[in-house]
Design a protein around this ligand. Structure first.
Ligand code: AMP
Ligand code: MG
Length: 419
């Protein structure tokens, strides 16, 4: 072998940093935002809670009926045969009855209506016979039946949400049920994005054969469009060290994170490297991952800096494997189930060499019995962006793993969740 510089195809190269170690170092250097803001719960979806939510009262507040039926004394349920009870009042949800109910009496009661104080069973309307204001009941009923107890959902003073909760529609429903109109959330994360490369042009610029359209910035822009992020678009930066450094330093005055793509691999025009080495705290790593091996990481001023590879697929892989976990840590997001991984059976053989993590573009699909399984999108070259667009999940083949046979379980990271 003649080449002294490692290339992307040279997988036997020594000294590559394992993915786990890279992630560990990134997270160790990533702070969590301290600042918060107050927002109305209507706008809280996808934000991160910055306070604990303590229930000011029981939910439900009162014992109430789970069905439409008749509220009775359990002591009036006959041991056998039939008992008759007199209907003395009607309780609606939001309009309770006030009558004191004697033994031998009952109330017509609707779903959600407060149970009169001394009643302890609701009999479904389907289980009674009604003649005028008299109902007949048999023995098949038990004390407590069809009653939702006060505090059954939430007890007063209970902490229902912890700081760090990534807020979902269900959480917003919970907050509303407790009467919270405003909550404290972590402020938005400010992220600056840039593309580098003299060959890269913006959509709309005159295309020539030497130039390529910038897809990375559009990928990052789309991936970062979330309620908890404010994007600062720095455009395309020329491969010119002074200009790059100046732009990054300026951005670090207001951005929490700066993400650039291109110019981190081994190549004569990789000026980001020169510029960033001058700026101090940026390391250039070769990570044992395919695709996406070169990665620059560190700090510029107050900002965290990620220099992603140039290839669009590598950008996506490194963004989701390294940048997203850092974003979640900066936002202090604690409920990790928002970004789940699972084990699914692969329906295909997948070639793999041990000694690096391979992130394969996969398609989750259902077999005839409805069971979810996964296959690859086919060709996996890091220049093939179409493979990302065809995929609905990453198949993550761990560092030590070798080739996988059809029928084996593999780690799958779906692109979309429920929220
Ligand atoms: P680099 O790491 O700068 O050598 O880039 C690696 C490859 O990715 C080259 O083929 C670049 O032309 C390509 N590339 C770099 N930046 C972009 C971009 N913003 N959009 C699409 N392709 C890019
Ligand atoms: Mg370049």
């Amino acid at each position: 072998m003649i080449s002294s510089q490692p290339s992307c195809t040279d997988i036997f190269e020594q000294g590559l940093m394992p993915v786990k170690q890279a992630l560990k170092q990134i997270l160790a250097a990533t702070p969590t935002l301290a600042e918060y803001q107050l927002i109305n719960i209507e706008y809280a979806k996808g934000r991160t809670l910055a306070q604990a939510i303590v229930a000011p009262f029981n939910v439900p507040r009162h014992n109430n009926s789970a069905v439409d039926g008749y509220g009775c004394h359990a002591t009036d349920i006959p041991v056998d045969g039939i008992a008759t009870l007199t209907i003395v009042d009607i309780a609606y949800a939001g309009k309770p009855c006030v009558t004191h109910i004697e033994s031998g009496q009952c109330v017509r009661i609707m779903t959600g209506a407060i149970i009169p104080e001394n009643l302890d069973v609701v009999i479904m309307q389907e289980h009674v016979e009604v003649t005028d204001n008299i109902i007949s009941i048999d023995h098949r009923h038990q004390q407590g039946q069809n009653i939702r107890l006060a505090g059954e959902d939430i007890q007063q003073h209970e902490t229902v949400l912890q700081p760090g909760q990534f807020i979902t529609p269900a959480d917003i429903g919970l907050l509303a049920s407790l009467g919270f109109a405003e909550i404290k959330v972590r402020r938005k994360l400010k992220i600056a994005i840039a593309s580098t490369g003299n060959e890269v042009i913006s959509i709309g610029d005159t295309h020539s054969r030497q130039k390529i359209y910038d897809s990375n910035r559009y990928i990052l822009y789309a991936a970062l469009q979330r309620p908890d992020i404010e994007i600062i678009n720095l455009g395309i930066l020329e491969d010119e060290p002074e200009a790059l450094l100046k732009q990054f330093k300026q951005s670090s005055l207001y951005a929490d994170i700066i993400i650039s793509s291109g110019g981190v691999s081994v190549g004569d025009a990789d000026y980001t490297k020169t510029a960033l080495k001058q700026s101090g705290n940026v390391d250039f790593w070769k990570i044992a991952i395919k695709p996406g091996r070169p990665l620059a990481f560190g700090t510029i001023g107050q900002s965290l800096f990620f220099g992603l590879p140039g290839n669009p697929v590598a950008v996506m892989v490194t963004f989701y494997q390294f940048v997203l976990p850092a974003i979640e840590q900066m936002l202090g997001i604690k409920n990790k189930a928002i970004n789940p991984q699972m084990q699914l059976k692969t329906t295909e053989n997948i070639r793999k060499k041990p000694g690096r993590t391979e992130v394969v573009r996969g398609i989750m699909h259902q077999d005839d019995a409805g069971v979810w399984q996964v296959k690859t999108t086919g060709k996996q070259g890091s220049g093939i962006l179409r493979s990302m667009s065809l995929a609905n999940a990453f198949i993550i083949l761990e560092h030590e793993r070798s080739s996988v046979k059809a029928g084996e379980m593999v780690t799958v990271q779906p692109f979309s969740g429920l929220f």
